[in-house]
Design a protein around this ligand. Structure first.
Ligand code: PEP
Ligand code: MN
Length: 350
């Protein structure tokens, strides 16, 4: 959990919560959602005003006319307000209406030209900006967007993990690929990071699972889509929670302690892991030595480096053995793919 000063001014304690509808649809919708969320202790209200939609013709947000509705939420409900900006005009409009926090959406982060234009529009201001990861699993685009904002002098920057577009069908709308936010956090440890379980899940009933996983991964907060009537929402209707489902989620989330109460046992187990890692890499090194010998043999005999039948055999055998070892066959497959790819590279002529 971050102790970052500006972040703690907005979210004084514990888990940072941002909630609200995908899109601002009407003043009444915003007011009733915000009132419910405020009563649940949420301090920051989100609503999209300009909606980036994959295909034209879908609801693209009501636009600038929703900004006074958000200002009313701020004034009358007493919440901070957040919206997405994708162009310098959006930034200008949002700042004129005293929006407290801006966020850059996943489609925009994918495009460095657009991020740079937004950054230029923010030069000289000190508004907090949250950067969603790009649609594609490339951590550099995410870091790059943060750096563009830092380069114009912004200091109040957070990140939001909202999952990634991947080729394989999964139960999620956007695959969480936790290794990417983990790497982002390693590269930018001072940037607070929230998770948006709604856009990862894509379905309301999966939101709690993803939200809990984010807490287990020590995220600093959650941005959750909440709508008074999800079924009639004009965008992202399947993933939005009702205020009561959101309240249930808050009640069920298990917050994590920053430190273990049994540091000695933890240190011992970690020492065991370190030792096993050492053995694992010694074995890998032995394996690669033999791989290189096999490579020399293939070269002398003029046979190809890649022998698909043999590869298929090892892959199948390891995957069959996975379960007995208490490992998932998918994990074993990914490891074998990496090992095999390296083995092939080791055998190719340099
Ligand atoms: C949103 O927050 O409603 C949104 C459009 O998100 P993303 O940019 O993550 O798709
Ligand atoms: Mn949405």
């Amino acid at each position: 959990m971050t102790t970052n000063t500006w972040f703690r001014q907005i979210f004084p304690t514990g888990l940072a919560l941002i909630a609200g509808p995908c899109s601002a649809e009407s003043e009444a919708q915003l007011m009733s959602t915000a009132t419910s969320l405020r009563s649940l202790g949420v301090g920051v209200f989100r609503a999209g005003v300009w909606k980036p939609r994959t295909r034209p013709g879908s609801f693209e947000g009501v636009g600038t006319k929703a900004l006074p509705w958000l200002s009313r939420v701020k004034r009358e409900v007493g919440m901070k307000i957040a919206t997405e900006v994708a162009t310098p005009e959006h930034v200008e409009q949002a700042l004129q209406h005293d929006i407290d926090i801006l966020w850059i959406g996943a489609r925009t982060t994918t495009n460095p030209f657009a991020v740079q234009e937004i950054a230029e529009a923010l030069r000289g201001t000190q508004v907090p900006v949250m950067v969603k990861n790009a649609m594609v699993p490339d951590v550099k685009l995410w870091c790059g967007a943060v750096e563009r904002l830092q380069n114009v002098g912004l200091c109040q920057i957070a990140a939001i993990h909202r999952g990634f577009s991947v080729l394989e069908e999964t139960v999620f709308r956007n695959s969480p690929l936790w290794r990417i936010p983990i790497e982002f956090h390693r590269l930018m440890p001072n940037i607070p990071i929230l998770c948006d379980p709604s856009h990862i899940a894509g379905k309301a009933d999966l939101v709690p699972i993803v939200a809990q996983q984010a807490l287990d991964m020590d995220f600093d907060g959650l941005m959750v889509e909440v709508h008074v009537q999800p079924d009639s929402a004009l965008s992202d209707s399947t993933q939005q929670l009702t205020p009561s489902a959101f309240s249930k989620l808050l009640g069920e989330l298990q917050l994590k302690q920053p430190h273990s109460t049994n540091e000695t046992a933890l240190a011992q187990l970690r020492a065991d892991i370190d030792q096993l890692d050492t053995s694992l890499f010694r074995l890998l090194s032995e394996r690669m030595k033999i791989v290189r010998k096999v490579g020399e043999l293939k070269r002398r005999e003029g046979t190809p480096v890649l022998q698909s039948e043999r590869y298929n055999q090892i892959l199948q055998r390891r995957m069959q053995e996975a379960e007995a070892l208490g490992l998932s066959s998918d994990f074993v497959k990914r490891i074998m793919e990496i090992i095999h790819e390296e083995a092939v590279c080791q055998q190719l002529p340099k």
